[in-house]
Design a protein around this ligand. Structure first.
Ligand SMILES: Cc1cc2nc3c(=O)[nH]c(=O)nc-3n(C[C@H](O)[C@H](O)[C@H](O)COP(=O)(O)OP(=O)(O)OC[C@H]3O[C@@H](n4cnc5c(N)ncnc54)[C@H](O)[C@@H]3O)c2cc1C
Length: 458
């Protein structure tokens, strides 16, 4: 069954938000199309390792992980699930896709579109971050969860994110020989934010338990680290940083950097949703109503709209699908939706607390040495971005900095460097980052193989 125009409901993203949305649509008798560029469902946090590797990672035993995968298995034959399918554009009521990198000949027309595209790492560059052996925190986790590989034997987890501690623990459990956690936010910020985090008491308990377990294993954890630099001749060999007024150095062979998450917003923008700057999470995010409506026939849910964690994502997916059903004329239980919102909002409050406890190191961008590479795809330095930003006349716009410097113009399309480039440019001009607007989305949002005229499309 599809909507009244006989065009399907398409969901992009098979993480908790997309799976939650699919569950609600299936319960109402619909058969949604669920697209995901990944090989298996579960999204980023509940990533499933390749069964051929026979990995038995501890995180896959957690009840939340098992519940989302069990839910997906119950839905599998009631939905049109298309893995390894990237949605690279949305235009005129169709989603344009590529299967294993090759573009499909036609778009998928949709009656309603639910975007549950999740988030990726927020990274604040430091000198030496382009050395081999340095990964984004998410990249280091993906390698472990997907392939059972570690990025090194002696790994430093650096940045400002609750996931630093979680990833360090996941590495320890998987057998990494040594891990160190260097957090740029002072411990006092965590204490101040604890009341908000306690909006979900389990989250606070889990966080404190994790830190206690790391401490019991004798893991070095530093809070309030500044002036981080990564050193090595051809690859990572060590780091240096300032802490409590002194300079420390240590050897290591892997560094994972993460400063929280940034919503994947490109498809939302291409689908016509408005964007607004979220000062708490230091990024642009889609504008939605309380039910996740982002525009005509477009709904959004999960970390792609607001960083809220996996539980909030699933709840938001269910809420967005309920709004979609209501708009299609189905009866929806208002009390049930109100309860979903109550639970989602508690998780959002807790995540707002986490955003304060693990702050984006804004001050560091003004002090970043000119020679530090910001855009690793196009090899553009902080100094080049500063030079252009300072002389920009008229209304400041990061897209002009991009055009003149190529910063954010490469393969990752500003996913990795965009937020940092905005911060560096804003600091150079003495402006608020929001004044520089956001990198505009352009299709294809990720590289795809475009067939030449003599080749057939898939
Ligand atoms: C790398 C990483 C590791 C994490 N690890 C943990 C963890 O260990 N524990 C924890 O509690 N939380 C973790 N988180 C946070 C947690 O994953 C999220 O809060 C939660 O998964 C959000 O659910 P979601 O459904 O909104 O998005 P996600 O789970 O991110 O799912 C989004 C899905 O959309 C797909 N997608 C995105 N864009 C497209 C597109 N254009 N075309 C097709 N498919 C697309 C992605 O492949 C992905 O499967 C992690 C986050 C990241 C980024």
């Amino acid at each position: 069954m599809t909507d009244q125009n006989n065009t399907p409901v398409v969901i992009v993203g098979a993480g908790p938000a997309g799976i939650g949305a699919a569950a609600v649509l299936v319960a109402a008798g619909l058969r949604p199309i669920l697209l995901d560029e990944g090989r298996a469902p579960g999204g980023q946090g509940y990533r499933k390792s390749d069964p051929a590797l026979g990995l038995n990672l501890a995180y896959a035993q957690e009840p939340e992980y098992k519940a989302i995968h069990a839910l997906f298995e119950r839905l599998r034959d009631k939905i049109d699930y298309r893995p390894e399918t990237l949605a690279w554009s949305v235009d005129a009521g169709s989603v344009f896709t590529a299967f294993r990198g090759s573009v499909a000949s036609e778009g998928i027309p949709f009656g309603r579109l639910i975007l549950a595209t999740g988030a990726t790492d927020k990274v604040a560059p430091v000198p030496g971050w382009t050395l081999p052996g340095v990964y984004s925190l998410g990249g280091a986790q993906v390698l472990l969860k997907d392939q059972g590989c570690a990025i090194g034997q002696d790994v430093v987890f650096y940045g400002s994110s609750p996931l630093l501690y979680l990833a360090a623990w996941q590495y320890l459990e998987a057998g990494a020989l040594k891990v160190t956690v260097l957090d740029t936010t002072p411990f006092s910020a965590k204490m101040k934010a604890s009341a908000a985090i306690a909006s979900v008491p389990k989250l606070l308990r889990q966080g404190l338990g994790l830190i206690a377990r790391l401490r019991m294993r004798g893991i070095t954890m530093r809070h309030g680290v500044t002036d981080m630099a990564i050193h090595g001749d051809g690859r990572v060999e060590g780091i240096s940083y300032s802490w409590k007024g002194r300079r420390e150095t240590r050897a290591c062979d892997g560094v994972a950097i993460g400063h929280g998450l940034r919503s994947e917003i490109q498809l939302a923008e291409l689908a016509g949703c408005g964007l607004a700057y979220n000062a708490l999470f230091d990024q642009w995010q889609p504008v939605v109503d309380a039910d996740g409506r982002g525009g005509s026939g477009v709904y959004l849910a999960g970390d792609g709209t607001r960083i809220g964690g996996a539980v909030a994502a699933e709840l938001a997916g269910r809420i967005a699908a309920s709004a979609c059903l209501a708009d299609l004329g189905h009866a929806v239980d208002a009390a049930e939706v109100a309860e979903l919102k109550r639970r989602r909002d508690a998780h959002w409050r807790a995540q707002d607390g986490l955003a304060r406890a693990f702050a984006w190191p804004r001050k560091g961008f003004a002090e970043l040495p000119d020679a530090t590479v910001l855009c690793r795809c196009e090899n553009v330095t902080a100094g080049q971005v500063r030079g252009i930003a300072k002389t920009m006349t008229g209304i400041p716009d990061i897209n002009r900095v991009k055009a003149l410097s190529r910063c954010g113009m490469g393969r990752c399309q500003s996913r990795m460097c965009g937020l940092a480039a905005i911060e560096v440019a804003a600091a150079a001009r003495g402006e608020a980052p929001a004044n520089l607007t956001h990198y505009r989305a352009q299709p294809p949002i990720k590289p795809v193989a475009i067939p030449t005229s003599s080749q057939e499309v898939a």
